[in-house]
Design a protein around this ligand. Structure first.
Ligand code: KG4
Ligand code: ZN
Length: 339
């Protein structure tokens, strides 16, 4: 039996998980509340919080899994992409842990991790892995891509954002409306109470599979600024409709491109991953499209959509089977592209 401890510290969540073979035993995450009052993640504060959280989070993950340090076969960590100061905490912890316990070290690409969230299995819970090849709409705070996943280790990015990520579009729109960071989950919550057709924002003109969200952000900024000069309470009085309309527009942009990708590749095995895949509007729209278009849809469990170490652990298990380990001279890479 292979037991892996995995660490994820790429942004503002400190997370540790244990898998035994491909079965997840524990996943513990400490969220950093400190960034809320600054309206976004402050890198310096994030790395400091990771330093404080990492040992207790690992300790809890071990206890919850009922695993001793001596049972661990390998330690995995997120190498990038992400915030350098945040990544460094996880990389350094993992290196020290590997050295002290004389076990192999496994480096994981954070984006590969988000896709692997679709393969997380838990005891007593039904699960269906996506079948290769499948298309993943990878939507997070830092990335928005359509990925053609050919096998566990072969991925091709066939569409990408040319500016902001979908999560940024949610968070920046929320900020313009005066909502705290991260605004995505709040827009999701308020959108349920509003009319998605109340306000319309034009869609960007990009290549068939490419996304753009910066125009939407500017459109919302100017629209709200103009309305607020006529009525200072405009946002307050229309918050639910604004949220519903913004969310509708973002989902519409995402779905347009995803459908183009289906058409281009002929693949109807579809998955979503990343923080924005927690969005209930996106999930509902995808469910409808799935029915209409005969897709096979895979969505990670809600808690594995945003950053977590479980997805890193599952990826690491597959790397362990391939014998892909790294050495003590590995470094964090904030702009990592390869695996
Ligand atoms: O994957 P993730 O946790 O971190 C990155 O790797 O970026 O994604 C975080 C992003 C944030 O922009 C957050 O606002 C967004 O995911 N998000 C949501 C929802 N939950 C998280 N966006 C819309 N609706 C949600 N329910
Ligand atoms: Zn992420």
């Amino acid at each position: 039996m292979i037991t892996i401890l995995a660490i994820e510290t790429s942004c503002d969540d400190t997370s540790a998980a244990i898998v035994q073979d491909d079965l997840l035993l524990s996943n513990i995450t400490a969220n950093q509340k400190i960034h809320k009052k600054y309206g976004g993640v402050v890198p310096e504060l994030a790395s400091r919080a990771h330093q404080a959280n990492i040992v207790p989070v690992v300790d809890t993950a071990l206890k919850e899994a009922g695993v001793k340090i001596s049972d661990i076969s390998a330690i995995a960590f997120t190498r990038g992409p992400g915030l350098l100061g945040s990544l460094l905490v996880g990389v350094s912890f993992a290196k020290g842990f590997a050295l002290a316990n004389n076990i192999p070290l496994i480096n994981i690409n954070h984006l590969h991790g988000h896709i692997s969230a679709l393969f997380i299995k838990e005891k007593g819970k039904a699960h269906k892995d996506p079948k290769f090849p499948f298309l993943t709409l990878l939507v997070s705070g830092g990335h928005t891509q359509i990925v053609l996943v050919k096998s566990f280790f072969k991925r091709e990015i066939i569409g990408e954002t040319i500016d902001d990520a979908a999560g940024e579009a949610f968070d920046k729109s929320a900020k313009i409306m005066g909502l705290p960071y991260p605004g995505g989950p709040l827009i999701d919550k308020y959108a349920k109470l509003g009319n998605p057709y109340a306000f319309s924002f034009s869609k960007p003109k990009t290549g068939k599979l490419d996304f753009s969200f910066s125009g939407l952000k500017t459109a919302i900024l100017y629209f709200i600024r103009d309305e607020a000069t006529k009525n200072p309470d405009f946002v307050k009085e229309n918050l639910y409709d604004l949220c519903a309309s913004v969310q509708y527009t973002i989902i519409d942009i995402l779905l347009d491109k995803l459908k183009n990708a289906v058409q281009k590749t002929g693949i109807n095995e579809i998955a979503i991953a990343g923080g924005v895949s927690a969005n209930s509007g996106l999930r509902e729209t995808l469910a409808k499209e799935t029915e209409q278009n005969n897709w096979e849809l895979h969505i990670p469990e809600f808690k594995y959509t945003t950053d977590n170490a479980a997805m890193i652990a599952v990826t690491a298990y597959h790397k362990y089977l391939k014998g892909e380990f790294t050495s003590q001279d590995i470094t964090a890479n904030a702009r990592l592209k390869e695996d």
